[in-house]
Design a protein around this ligand. Structure first.
Ligand code: 3AM
Length: 297
């Protein structure tokens, strides 16, 4: 591995995503491990994106919440750009899901609770995540999930208005209708993504499936909002309804804040799973399984 990034000593590569490569590094001053995302050239080479991202990084540095990955630094040695952040020792929710399949209802509600609390904090700072999905929820060894990659949804290369306004790392499974249309988005776009995430956690499959990204996008725009209960009979009506409301086509018909979503979810979970549902919500064991599987060659 080559020398370092600024003062940070690079120890290895954690992984690669569409928005960039992530390195494990050491902050020698504090003897603290950090994760450094090298923004993909398509992002780092776009001055408008970098200007926006630099501004957002300043706000991201104020993120101070157990359910949001902390941001420590933003470096721009041209032509590169790096975001230095808290290293989360664990596995992404995507990895956890691909090993454990569907979560229990209590676990699904617990994961959503963390995500909504982290989002509520970020929204309070004026930050919209824009790309909430299982890949961007990093779970530590205690089973605490943390939102990563704020503001990193990337402008689709060459996409005009009305096309896929933003490229997501995989398929646009969690994209709100307004984002698909290329319209300005606000925190209610994150609410929509959380609704789609809750649907998937409850049923084991995303709300809209199709053969191509474009066809999935069309379903987000046009198909009636599916009920999680239709897909998995065991899903109780209350929680299914909360997910459906969050996925309303019109932002005005969704929960208007992460706090409102969470309050409704907690109420439904208590009703559907019992007041002590949180005592069964931990995903610590599932994360340990994912870490063990990832450690295998
Ligand atoms: O390649 P995989 O899926 O193993 O989870 C993220 C993904 O891992 C991980 O880097 C890879 C490319 O995005 N990642 C991103 N931010 C991270 C962080 N702050 C992180 N891992 C730990 N801490």
């Amino acid at each position: 591995m080559s020398a370092g990034i600024g003062k940070y000593e690079v120890e290895g590569t954690i992984g690669r995503g569409a928005s960039g490569t992530v390195y494990l590094a050491m902050n020698p001053d504090l003897a603290q491990r950090v994760a450094i995302k090298e923004l993909a050239p398509v992002l780092a080479g776009d001055p408008a994106f970098i200007d926006r991202f630099r501004d957002e990084a300043r706000v991201m540095a104020r993120l101070d919440h157990p359910n949001a990955v902390r941001v420590f630094d933003f470096l721009e040695p041209p032509p590169a750009a790096y975001l230095v952040m808290e290293f989360v020792d664990g596995a992404s929710l995507r990895e956890v899901l691909s090993l454990s399949g569907r979560l229990s209802g209590e676990q699904a509600a617990g994961v959503l609770k963390g995500a909504l609390q982290g989002l509520g904090h970020a929204h309070g700072l004026g930050l919209v995540h824009r790309d909430v999905k299982p890949e961007n929820l990093l779970c530590d060894r205690e089973g605490v999930s943390k939102l990563a990659d704020f503001g990193l949804a990337m402008p689709a290369a060459g996409a005009g208005p009305g096309a896929a306004g933003f490229l997501s790392e995989g398929t646009p499974l969690y994209m709100s209708p307004e984002m698909i249309r290329g319209e300005p988005v606000d925190l209610r776009s994150d609410i929509y993504a959380c609704g789609a995430l809750l649907f998937e956690l409850l049923t084991g499959r995303p709300p809209y499936r199709a053969d191509s990204a474009l066809a999935v996008m069309r379903k987000h725009l046009e198909d009636p909002v599916p009920s999680a209960r239709r897909v998995a009979r065991a899903v109780p009506a209350g929680v299914a309804k909360v997910a459906a409301r969050a996925m309303a086509k019109l932002p005005a018909d969704r929960h208007q804040t992460a706090g409102e979503f969470l309050a409704e979810l907690e109420q439904a979970a208590s009703r559907d799973y019992g007041a002590d549902w949180e005592s069964r919500a931990s995903i610590k064991a599932a994360v340990a399984t994912a870490i063990a599987a990832g450690a295998q060659p």
